[in-house]
Design a protein around this ligand. Structure first.
Ligand code: AR6
Length: 326
């Protein structure tokens, strides 16, 4: 997945660059800035002293010294003053300028903290939204892995209404699934038998090789067909699915490739498939969406609502401790 939200101490991130939420002096401070300077050692401060500070929204790069990464990109986020003082614009610039530096220094992976979301008081939810949206815009044209590193789950508080809606939906589905378990198992068996009989009738008149020759379109074939039908390019599709190029090539070149469920679902979302078509695509990879686990219910919830923003879906999956799409 080219973008990942992880819970970690950013100083432990083993990637090419980590981003520091610094202040204009670049001479260290509290929060993530303090943690980075402590872990990097005094050589980092010595280099920062030669940098001449940094304006809000801009970014500068230094070595990483004792940190496990190669570079530290220092950027200065805006102090939140109610939202009417160009805070959003400045925060957007922090992400753009940091990513530009990462590109110039040929970084293949970079980790961001939630800039401005601590001492500078930017509302966390909005800070997260800006981070995700700026990183995604960048990823459309660049092959690099970006991590958003957060310390606490609070940062993931997606809108309370969304969580409330999903929770209600999950509750309803659980009740339904439970009800079905107790009362309709017999019906299910009957249905399955009928289905099995039909299949036996249909195949009885065929030779084995004819029957095998009727193997359905595979996941990979269906995916490529849907991409064409939607008028998308491959790149648009795998980026939107938050899937990396290598994995997409594997799927493309091997018609029998069986992706993980999270990958199959990510493509259904990227293609903006209606619920029934999404179920078809998943079934090609051997998966179904049931009401007996939260992952399936959350995916169903978004597909049925026609909401196809993978990062919103991933925030919701994270909130309910589920594996993310991509
Ligand atoms: N790893 C990942 N995230 C962290 C870590 C860590 N080790 N430590 C804190 N966070 P902040 P700002 C999160 O205050 O709001 C400094 O004094 C934290 O929970 O570090 O941009 C500078 O010198 C929060 O979500 O940065 C400036 O004066 C996010 O990182 C000022 O603070 C950012 O919190 C900058 O304030």
């Amino acid at each position: 997945m080219p973008i990942q939200i992880v819970r970690n101490d950013i100083t432990k991130m083993n990637c090419d660059a980590i981003v520091n939420a610094a202040n204009q002096t670049l001479l260290g401070g509290g929060g993530v800035d303090g943690a980075i300077h402590r872990a990097a050692g005094p050589e980092l401060l010595a280099e920062c002293k030669t940098m001449g500070g940094c304006h809000t929204g801009e970014a500068k790069i230094t070595g990483a010294y004792r940190l496990p990464c190669k570079y530290v990109i220092h950027t200065v986020g805006p102090v939140w003053r109610g939202g009417g003082h160009h805070e959003e614009e400045k925060l957007i610039s922090c992400y753009r300028n940091s990513l530009k530096l990462a590109e110039e220094y040929h970084c293949e992976s970079v980790a961001f903290p939630l800039i401005s979301a601590g001492a500078y008081g930017y509302p966390k939810e909005q800070a997260l939204q800006i981070a995700v949206s700026e990183i995604c815009k960048f990823l459309i044209h660049h092959d690099i892995i970006v991590y958003i590193v957060v310390f606490d789950k609070d940062c993931f508080q997606i809108s309370k209404r969304l969580i409330h809606d999903i929770t209600e939906y999950i509750d309803e589905c659980y009740v339904e699934a439970h009800y079905e378990d107790n009362t309709t198992r017999l019906y299910t068996y009957l249905f399955d038998d009928e289905f099995a009989e039909t299949m036996i009738d249909r195949t009885a008149s065929l030779s084995l090789s004819d029957a095998i020759g009727q193997i359905d379109e595979s996941f990979s074939e269906m995916l490529m067909r849907k991409i064409d039908e939607k008028g998308m390019t491959d790149v648009q599709c795998y980026k939107k699915a938050n899937v990396d190029r290598k994995l997409f090539s594997k799927i493309r070149s091997n018609p029998q490739y069986k992706p993980r469920k999270t990958t199959a679902a990510a493509f259904a979302v990227a293609l903006e498939l209606p619920f029934d078509e999404a179920k078809d695509l998943l079934s090609k990879a051997g998966y179904s969406l049931t009401h007996s686990n939260k992952f399936d219910i959350i995916i169903e919830y978004f597909l049925k609502k026609g909401e196809y923003d993978i990062f919103t879906i991933n925030e919701a999956l994270f909130e309910f401790d589920q594996v993310l799409l991509g």
